[in-house]
Design a binder for this molecule. Sequence first.
Ligand SMILES: [Zn+2]
Length: 254
Amino acid sequence: MTDDSVWQPLHEALERWSDAGRVADFWLRDDDAVEPTPALDRLLDLTGHYDVPVTLAVVPAFTGEALAARLARAEHALVVVHGWAHENHAPENEKKQELGPHRPRVIVLDELARGLAVITQLHGGRAWPLLVPPWNRIDAGLIPDLGRLGFKALSVFGRPKPAPIRLINSNVDVMDWHGTRGCRDHVLLVQEIVVQLKRAFAGGDPVGLLTHHLVHDEAVWLFMQRLFEVTSRHGVRWLSSRAMPAQQSCISGG
Ligand SMILES: [Zn+2]
């Protein structure tokens, strides 16, 4: 399959939006940053080149001034809170969780408050009180307390469920975590974006691309570059997570 035919379905989907006089929204979340690295430089250069705002979910326990100094030169980067130490507290036979029900809630909430304080102190106006739970999992019983801690929004993966806080979910993950641990098949990724665009056209959530710059292989970088190229040609709007509208499905649930 040629590169052009891989991307043809996305061209067609975006033409549907422009024919209707509408602009599709996309946003990008990238997880696990703690310090400047060549991979982070590559991410910031690539997104900067295409004017794509990037929301970096940073692990508070292990980050510091060096990342803040690097991001001072990256106006399109926003910093949010990626749990506390990205540490798994679930037993081996369960999916990994840092913010699960395995520890007393007061300890978990205290870590989250510290995480928000660290990120805000290091990044000032570039910080935004959005919580990205490690492994995209959080005990539902903790969510009602996030607002009291100062969080304005929560971002996990997949279709939003009713929640007592603004949800800004990612929904297209480029990584093949259970197989090659490299990029997923480009054809499938384009297909997923097209499906998400159809939902968005009918009033659903925008396309939320999820990346992990520290583990990208060349196929991921190529996919991102081609996606930015195609979307910029179609005048798609890449939004900062701070500018994202609240997701429809989460408002009413209380
Ligand atoms: Zn993570």
